[in-house]
Design a protein around this ligand. Structure first.
Ligand code: ADP
Ligand code: ASP
Ligand code: MG
Length: 496
């Protein structure tokens, strides 16, 4: 396959949430092929929305020996997919063929759930068996999407095999159920596998429809790339195929200045640099998985985030350079954090202990989310709430407690103002502090760089913090000024 002959087109769970939406997605793919876009599309899809959650519920029930309850959930999952199959096909032959494929997949899923049940009964670790169950959502949706594209006269083929080859994940009891860690894509192996699977289809102008989210370890176990990982899998596959660009279709117009579920007047951002977008997703913007840009940023492959419900909108383009320095362009919150503070008892601790502190945090599997304050004798950093206990445990166990105290403050969130040119504009930081003060939101600590300021606040105030920062830094709400005479006449109208 020639370099830059393909582009990746990824659709998230909401975009393939039911038969009608899948048909809409199929039209986007088919139009792209028929209009002769310069690059041939390789499609990557998520499970239908809610399906991965349901599969993990099924897995949990299987682990707890609740066979009747998981059977019921499997029935509802089956109905959801069969219903969508009826909606995306219009002639009997294709419908029966699709239903047969889905039934075969559902039978294999049931078998995998049963194997998980037996593994749990025998007391073995279940993380890989759970991942094998979670992987079925994507395998079911590739069949539906490919059938919907074929219906429009554009040849497409589902790829149920795993394209991404990963390292073998470790078992980590601290992780939420169903989350595997350490299944990292192996680039050389993934590249060879992706070319072997996808190249023959592209050569024949057949649209490959591949599973997001899932991979296979070198030793042959099915694995996942972590929750919401299909954005990441799209760019891993894109880099392996030397694609020209990646489009990520979702349920909003692109990357917005804040989560639109929390801020009604969030604005569409036309362009972002890789660094800004990476920061945004690191600090909680669900629209992109935090690892999405890793495989492609060093190669300068552009990403465009678009709305599958409004494909005519150009969305947000993410590339090497973003907009000109402009202060804050987006506000995000990352919740469920804890602040770990290590402090020397005599106020004169040696700075080299910072290395020991971060080593121990890494050993507990916790990358610091942000480092907030540090001096020779005082070091504060944020970790995910779920990792806090083991980080603190390791620090207390390994550091000389006659010299160091370790404290932990729970229930926090990071509220990040993201943009460029922050340090160049003395007013940005001042406006942010005033916004928080005006809502009486105490700032527990903060961190700042050229790319933005991060305020650590109590988790329960984080949504108000987000709203007031957005209001004062990005989109001032203009009060409606009414003319007194107009108000009077309106009052009279109401009385009349
Ligand atoms: P998909 O199913 O397409 O992967 P996700 O639910 O994972 O979709 O991500 C899209 C959602 O991300 C949006 O519906 C929106 O609520 C949320 N979101 C959070 N922050 C932002 C932001 N800054 N810009 C756009 N969307 C955001
Ligand atoms: N289906 C997976 C999940 O729900 C991956 C994704 O949708 O990005 O986590
Ligand atoms: Mg997503």
């Amino acid at each position: 396959m020639k370099e830059k002959s393909v582009c990746i087109v990824k659709f998230g769970g909401t975009s393939v949430g039911n038969g009608e939406r899948i048909s809409r997605v199929a039209a986007i793919i088919s139009d792209a092929v028929k209009s002769g876009v310069p690059y041939f599309p390789v499609v990557v899809v998520s499970a239908m929305s809610g399906v991965t959650d349901q599969l993990l519920r099924i897995a949990k029930l299987a682990c707890n020996g609740k066979t009747e309850a998981y059977a019921q959930e499997l029935t509802s999952l089956r109905q959801k997919h069969l219903q969508a199959a009826v909606e995306v096909t219009d002639d009997d032959k294709n419908r029966v063929a699709l239903l047969n494929v889905l039934e075969a997949s559902l039978a294999s899923l049931t078998q995998d759930v049963h194997t998980l049940y037996e593994t749990a009964q025998s007391g073995d670790v279940v993380h890989l068996r759970t991942a094998a169950v979670a992987a079925w959502g994507e395998r079911l949706s590739v069949s539906l999407v490919a059938a919907a594209v074929n219906r429009l006269g554009t040849p497409a083929e589902p790829i149920r095999k795993e394209v991404i080859i990963t390292s073998h994940p470790a078992f980590d009891p601290e992780q939420p159920f169903g989350v595997v860690v350490g299944a990292d894509p192996l680039h050389v192996e993934t590249r060879a596998n992706a070319h072997a699977i996808i190249h023959p289809l592209v050569e024949r102008r057949i649209v490959p429809v591949a599973c997001g989210f899932i991979g296979r370890t070198i030793t042959g176990y099915v694995t996942t790339l972590g929750r919401n990982g299909s954005d990441y899998s799209a760019t891993v596959i894109g880099a392996a195929l030397d694609c020209a660009e990646v489009s990520i279709y979702t349920d909003v117009d692109g990357v917005l200045s804040a989560d639109p579920r929390l801020v009604a007047n969030a604005r569409l951002l036309a362009s972002l640099s890789y660094a800004e977008a990476a920061r945004l997703s690191w600090f909680g913007a669900k629209v992109l998985h935090p690892r999405t840009l890793i495989p492609i940023a060093t190669r300068g492959i552009p990403v465009r985030v678009r709305n599958s419900f409004r494909p005519h909108i150009r969305g947000t383009s993410i590339g090497p350079v973003g907009s000109t320095p402009s202060g804050a362009s987006a506000i995000t919150i990352r919740r469920n954090l804890a602040l770990v503070t290590v402090e020397s008892t005599d106020l004169f601790g040696a700075p080299e202990n910072a290395g020991q502190v971060f080593d121990l945090a890494a050993r507990a599997g916790a990358a610091p989310i942000a480092i907030c304050s540090s001096s020779g004798h005082h070091l504060s950093f944020l970790v995910d709430e779920q990792a806090a206990k083991s980080v603190v445990g390791l620090l207390q166990h390994n550091m000389d407690t006659s010299l160091w105290t370790v404290r932990c403050l729970h229930g926090l969130a990071a509220c990040a103002c993201i943009g460029s040119g922050f340090t160049g504009d003395p007013m940005s930081a001042a406006r942010a502090s005033i916004a928080l003060a005006s809502e009486r939101i105490p700032v527990i600590t903060q961190g700042a760089s050229e790319q933005g300021t991060t305020f650590i606040v109590e988790d329960r105030s984080s949504e108000s913090a987000l709203r007031c920062l957005h209001r004062d830094l990005i989109a001032p709400v203009i009060p409606i000024v009414r003319h007194p005479a107009q108000e009077k006449s309106q009052r009279n109208e109401v009385r009349a």
